[in-house]
Design a protein around this ligand. Sequence first.
Ligand SMILES: *Cc1c(COP(=O)(O)O)cnc(C)c1O
Length: 831
Amino acid sequence: MLDQKPNATLATTDLTLTSDILAPLPDELRRHLYFTLGHDNSKAEPHYFYQALAIAVRDRVTKHWRTTRQRFAATEARRVHYFSLEFLLGRSLNNAIQNLGLDEDSRRALHEYGLKLEEIEDAEPDAGLGNGGLGRLAACFLDSCANLELPVVGYGIRYEFGMFHQTIRDGRQVEGPDHWLRDGNPWEIERPEDTRTIKFYGHTQRGLDANGKPFSKWVGAQDLLAVPYDMPIPGYKNETVNTLRLWKAEATDVFNLEEFNSGNYPDAVVQKNTAEQISMVLYPNDASENGKELRLKQQYFLVSASLQDVLAKWVDQHGEDFTRFGELNCFQLNDTHPASAVPELMRLLMDEHGLDWESAWKITSGCMAYTNHTLLPEALERWSVGLFSRLLPRLLEIIFEINERFLAEVAKSHPGDMELRRRVSLVEEGDHPHIRMAYLSIVGSFSVNGVAALHTELLKSGLFADFYAMWPKKFNNKTNGVTQRRWLSHCNPELRNLLYETIGTEWESDLEQMKKLVPLADDAAFQKKWATVKQHNKKRLADYVFENTGVQFNTAAMFDVQVKRIHEYKRQLLNVLHVVHLYDRIRRGDTVGMAPRCVLIGGKAAPGYHVAKLIVKLINNVADVVNNDPKNKDMLKLVFFPNYRVSSMEIICPGTELSEQISTAGKEASGTGNMKFMMNGALTIGTLDGANIEIREQAGDENFFLFGLDASGVVEAKKTYDPDAIIAGDEDIRRVMELLESGHFNEAEPGIFDLLTKGLRNPQDQWLTIADLRSYIDAQAEAAKVYADQKKWNRMSIINSATSGWFSSDRTINQYADEIWKAKPLRDKKA
Ligand SMILES: *Cc1c(COP(=O)(O)O)cnc(C)c1O
């Protein structure tokens, strides 16, 4: 039943009628409200208008989607398959409206009902299928691929529950489910005809085939189905619509039928639920793995379904001839999460399509490319051999053979170096041996890239030094970027309009055009317009903060923001220590040179990450005390912004003046939040870490507030780190620690923050928070001083936006396409 070929007559029937049957948008909106949704407009809620408008807009997207698919099919260009366990898309309606140029039409359609587009857009839930930077990067990349007309398909999982919803109760994080699909998703189309079968468990059987060749096959496995749901990824005003294919897990009918026949109805239903568990929930761990069986199942589920999908389409077009498969396909692995693509492609080519090892390896290692996202050792994925052999026995066998052959090569090139072989082995030996997924990815790929210049250098000299010595040409850098269509044009309409009237519209697909603002940085009239836009965005942010926290921000104060996942290496604690320092100055009446500030911190802590959750509690407790101290007359506000997500960043980044990028140097691979803030004219206070370094290079040293140790300084400082001595020797820092340790912020709950204060005083503290505090306080004072000179601040702000061109994901994707994928636009504009 699953092997059904598409009906030949159906497939060739001309279905080209979509373009002319669409009525004007207002009529389509009305039609979908009445007929598709069955609603009487007189009492329809914004939610129904959202759905009706989304369907009307989607129909217009669908037309280009179809022609893009046809263009795809008609060309023999190299296709790229972007494999990621996360796609943090956020909302889709405005993105589609903007990219198709339907803004005015949509507003007109809603106007008849007295509704504003913004209200309707707010009814859309975020597609929160990711944790943070890595997932959002995948979303920005898809946008840029469509903008550049590259033949790239995203492959991911259609999680029923995305990133958890965060609320704050008594200052603590409380997690709630994110059932984003509850009211249906107008942006997806189910494609049951492309359903694939996935195996788990069972065992392998070796034998000899008819020609006496040895083979191994995977038998006795349990099957389940992967059903694809496609989401359109519209390019910017270019009639291109690419595809994001998300897989949902379902039970096989075959399996259920057997259970029904044996009279075991309840067990059959249980089986169905077990199968569906695989795509039920996104794991909420950012930058750490936790070795759960279900997570490995998710990874293999994505990889196997997607590779089968690509191979099935190949066989449809080329039959069983795979000679050109490697040349015409490329798989980009977003971190090691989809690393089992290496052994799975080997398995499919050998066991399902009859290739020998050498041919299969040549293809596999020639079309896989791996992006590393982390320098933290605890985030490097390792899976226990025991779990692997139970869940994916045939894959483990293939991994062992890859390893044997690889180590044999190493033995040949480095005779006698047993230590090297132990270090680079894909198997970490011991009582509980593990598979090193990063090493599997490196050995199985033709390209390995880091995500910022410093990060790539640190990979080459540290984590992957042995591999770099073997294959220097495999390693390359692709500094991350973000899409200016969402992170400037959409989220900051007032700045967009100012840019339109000042430098035109080209920057929307070529962000380097922002350089044209440089000569205007000191222009008084332009500065005034620039400042007015920022002021309006601050007002919008202040209202949003008030709605969500009840805290009133003073829009004359500096808006100082740190939003990102809560993690020790990102050092939200350092930010809190500075706030406590300012509060201490206010208490002792020393406010000379202090700028009034509103500090906003937001982000989710992984539910099992105790220290991160305690940091959330500390931020909330400090906020409570600071905001309610009668001595503090609007000089200082602190809020913890709950449930930080893509749609909140769209309001936060345009209203931000100071962007906090304060990770311990050498720990943040790139960062992308830093880029969104820069585009929107925020100044960065930051360490020499990740892409901060490139931000400072682009903007100029004088337009960046630098502080702290650099990556090599961190390594050096760890040798003799003595935080107690630093605290004792610095009056300001001593007072900050005293306030914290006196229980001033936790009078009702003595001792709850001891874990944090002890961590700060621990000579083993990996994050060196106290080491950087003095330098941070000084850089903050410098920022306050510049803020008092608004001319200077505005100049710096304009320069930051103007030099943010490098951080467009269009630039990043052009580099992936040219240097890794060797992929060309489907319609070459240069031609
Ligand atoms: C951009 C973004 C991130 C990444 O932020 P970093 O500061 O680079 O860690 C995380 N979450 C959301 C919702 C984002 O939009």
